[in-house]
Design a protein around this ligand. Structure first.
Ligand code: KG4
Ligand code: ZN
Length: 332
């Protein structure tokens, strides 16, 4: 059983092939065009998807050594994401499924980030908790089985990826700044500066306060020393990253203790963060958790995770009609 999956929810155009539950290719084309604007420009993103989608799909099929007529279904990200970007992947998938006369499978992007854990062994056992952290989401998900997931906590404002990217912007670093904050943080002292932790009820998060705190902190220090950022960038990044990780892991630990769950996973673009990966391992050892961290290529947006989710849906016979349209605010 061969499925071609397409991901185009934000600024990566990606295609993957899964055969009987095993990923044979996962091609990702990024979009450097947004860097100079300091964030994703939706109109430019959808145009770039239009340019990339055909070569990316052809590459994915070639790498997997699968011909179009050997495909059994086409999967695509229906949402959440940018409407113009989602439209490119959705229309392409619909046209291809129609042309080949095979079923369509719609996939929820956030659910796919969680199901990325089933690409490689060992996979978590049910029920497990998944901290899903990306540029658009920050959630603690209780995963009862492949298709039964419940969001038990989430951010009330910015996503943690946005907090990383906005910090980077304030420091004059290019977009997307998360990986650069990570890089500088590796050489800095995480206790050099203190930033406030937010107080949110239950398992919820808030990241808008820290952004304002950083802004005032930088203004005050730059007034005294115009070269403050340049001279202290590693310590600033390490301290901000330390605070963000602390906020995430405190809530994750609380949820795991309350629900008495020892299987704990992370997913989404921010799970590529080296500080978060290390801190989660350390907390896991103390709390006696089994910790699951995806390979880098399956952390940030990729069609491999869409293909994995589509595999489970195919087995359950969950197909989508040709009438389908994208859902920018798709819920579970
Ligand atoms: O999952 P993803 O690729 O796209 C969304 O669905 O949003 O996540 C992108 C986010 C961006 O905010 C990016 O800065 C962040 O993940 N990110 C990182 C790292 N790698 C990617 N943040 C911190 N450290 C990293 N190493
Ligand atoms: Zn994502």
């Amino acid at each position: 059983m061969n499925i071609l999956a397409i991901e185009s929810s934000c600024d990566e155009t990606s295609a993957a092939v899964i055969s009987n539950g095993k990923i044979y290719s996962n091609i990702v084309a990024g979009q450097l065009i947004h860097e100079r604007f300091g964030g994703v420009v939706p109109e430019l993103a959808s145009r770039a998807h239009q340019q990339h989608i055909l070569p990316v799909v052809e590459n994915a099929l070639k790498h997997a050594n699968i011909a179009k007529n050997q495909l059994n279904a086409i999967a695509f990200t229906r949402g959440p994401g940018l409407l113009g970007s989602l439209l490119v992947g959705t229309s392409f998938a619909k046209a291809m499924a129609l042309g080949l006369n095979i079923p369509l499978i719609e996939v929820n992007h956030i659910q796919a980030h969680v199901l990325a854990h089933f690409i490689d062994e060992p996979a978590p056992s049910f029920p497990f908790l998944c901290l899903t952290v990306s540029g658009g989401h920050t959630q603690i998900v209780l995963v009862r089985n492949h298709m039964d997931m419940e969001v038990i906590g989430q951010t009330q404002d910015d996503a943690v990826g946005e907090a990383f990217d906005k910090t980077a912007k304030l420091l004059g670093l290019p977009y997307p700044g998360g990986p650069l904050v990570d890089k500088y943080a590796q050489q800095g002292n995480p206790e050099a500066y203190e930033f406030p932790l937010s107080e949110m009820p239950k398992y919820n998060f808030s990241f808008s306060g820290i952004k304002t705190a950083i802004l005032y902190f930088l203004k005050a220090n730059q007034a005294k020393n115009p070269a403050f950022v340049e001279e202290n960038i590693a310590d600033i990044c390490a301290s901000v990253q330390h605070t963000l990780i602390k906020m995430l892991l405190q809530k994750l630990r609380r949820a795991a203790r309350d629900l008495n769950i020892k299987e704990v996973a992370i997913a989404g673009g921010v799970s590529a963060n080296s500080g978060l990966r290390k801190a989660l391992q350390e907390m896991g050892e103390k709390e006696r958790w089994n910790v699951y961290i995806p390979q880098f290529q399956y952390c940030t947006d990729n069609a491999g995770m869409i293909a994995m989710a589509a595999h489970f849906k195919y087995l359950k016979g969950e197909f989508t009609s040709q009438e389908v349209s994208p859902l920018p605010r798709m819920d579970w």
